[in-house]
Design a protein around this ligand. Structure first.
Ligand code: CO
Length: 478
């Protein structure tokens, strides 16, 4: 290392979001997080990723927790560290595009309840689908003095994804008003020397800070971080060791030690990190015992590099094939995935494009004829309802799957008719359950799941009220 100038690398800690989303299906409850926040707040992290992605859905659906309440409690427990969330562009944290007023309200409430950095991505890298969320963040930053918009490039491989393509994207992201750029490598496809090349290229094309997010799935992630840091990347995403590696991120302690005594030294206290790791270790053991943590996700899966398919998508595919008693078709489906991806414009494979392409590939193989049947989502993708892909889609496939249908070239909200404000009508639908403004947004994203949660919450509150009334009536000895 020739350079003498100090450039401490920033670390975003993912144990409260992506690490448990990747390893234990997003099931870490708030009560596990709260007791350790005081120590985590002293580390000096660039940020704590703790919200968004699948955590919102999982809190309401499986844990019967109010995700907004979790956020407020984390904010309360970690006052000195920036809190970060993952945001699916116009889809917010859901699976369909929303009108701009819902996007704006969600960004506003996220920041009001404690979020500092919003990482915004689109599954097709159609940056028009990111603009509303970036604009909302910038507007609130002006008013409140808090809130940063980070735009993520969904990293993928393919003919269209040249260094020029990424450099051009970076320029556009800077122009659209983002505060930083993230290379979001959800599948662990970015190998060390390619990372060096990519980071150098981005650094030449933009002045914005660059963060790197990858997964350990293919086994190369720590080396990728090393080369990326040497090439000038500013922040890396890591997870505390009990919830690191496998389909999660490289371990925080390992990266801290790697850079100790170099210009990139984080200055983090390894003893403090050890105390935090000791706190999470017994919970990990519990997860292993209960089967919530499957040792399968902890190994190296080189197939992700061979087939360029995210780890989560592979496990989905295996269970879908099992259901159909067609596990022997595994290899055939794996080979079909890149073909389907090419047919629909070679999109990155990330929620929801990964599920759309994966399921269609299974259909194509099991039906014995390609596109004999297509899913509704695949048709929507062809119609342009998710936005524009980098490469043109196959005309032959379009003619077979959606013959004669109109196709849109607009951004997703317009292509799907979400052009008028919709928050007021959503609120009217759910107002009997509303206890806080944020409830409207929970309902907007997951109408059924949120309603179930509201009913559960009401029942819990009724129970408490009854007990108190009974006590007042002398039914219980006080
Ligand atoms: Co991730």
């Amino acid at each position: 290392m020739a350079e003498q100038v100090k450039k401490p690398i920033g670390i975003t800690e993912t144990v409260l979001r992506d690490a448990h989303q990747s390893l234990i299906a997003t099931r870490m409850p708030t009560e596990i997080m709260l007791p350790i926040l005081g120590k985590m707040d002293k580390v000096g992290y660039h940020s704590l990723e703790c919200w968004g992605g699948a955590t919102f859905d999982a809190s309401l659906r499986f844990l019967k927790e109010d995700p907004w309440d979790r956020l407020r409690k984390i904010r309360e427990g970690a006052k000195n560290t920036k809190l970060q969330m993952l945001f699916r562009g116009q889809n917010i944290l859901g699976y369909r595009p929303y009108a701009d007023d819902v996007v704006y309200a969600f960004v506003e409430k996220s920041i009001a309840n404690g979020i500092d950095i919003i990482r915004i991505f689109d599954c097709l890298n159609d940056i028009r689908n990111l603009q509303a969320a970036v604009d909302a963040t910038n507007k609130i930053k002006k008013q409140e003095g808090r809130g940063e918009a980070q735009v993520a490039l969904s990293y993928t491989l393919g003919d269209a994804y040249t260094l020029e393509y990424w450099a051009d994207m970076a320029k556009k992201i800077e122009e659209m008003g983002a505060d930083s750029i993230c290379i979001k490598d959800m599948a662990g496809l970015l190998v060390p020397y390619k990372a060096e090349e990519l980071v150098k290229t981005l650094k030449e094309s933009t002045k914005l800070p660059i963060q790197l997010h990858t997964h350990y799935t293919s086994g190369v992630a720590s080396m990728t971080y090393l080369k990326a840091v040497e090439a000038g990347v500013d922040v890396i995403d890591c997870a505390m060791s009990p919830f690191a590696l496998g389909t999660s991120q490289p371990a925080t302690e390992v990266m801290v030690e790697t850079f100790r005594g170099t210009p990139y030294d984080t200055g983090f206290d390894q003893n403090l990190l050890a105390e935090i790791a000791d706190y999470f270790a017994p919970y990990k053991e519990e997860c292993l015992k209960s089967g919530l943590l499957n040792t399968k996700v902890l190994g190296v899966n080189i197939k992700t590099l061979l087939y360029q398919v995210p780890g989560g998508m592979l496990s989905n595919m295996v269970s879908q094939l099992k259901e159909q008693h067609a596990e022997d078709k595994y290899r055939e489906v794996l080979e079909e995935i890149p073909r389907v991806r090419k047919d629909c414009g070679e999109p990155p494979l990330v929620t929801p494009s990964s599920q759309i392409v994966g399921t269609q590939a299974i259909f194509n193989v099991l039906m014995g004829e390609r596109y004999k049947m297509a899913t509704g989502e695949f048709k929507d993708l062809l119609r342009g309802n998710y936005g524009q892909t980098v490469k043109p889609m196959s005309q032959e496939v379009i003619d077979k799957v959606i013959p004669g249908e109109a196709r849109s070239t607009a951004r997703s909200a317009e292509a799907t008719g979400h052009t008028e404000p919709e928050l007021a009508s959503i609120e009217a639908e759910m107002k009997e359950w509303k206890q806080q403004e944020e409830d409207v947004l929970s309902y907007a994203l997951f109408p059924q799941v949120a309603t179930e949660f509201f009913k559960y919450r009401q029942a819990q509150q009724d129970k408490v009220d009854m007990t108190q009334a009974d006590k007042a009536n002398g039914a219980y000895p006080v």
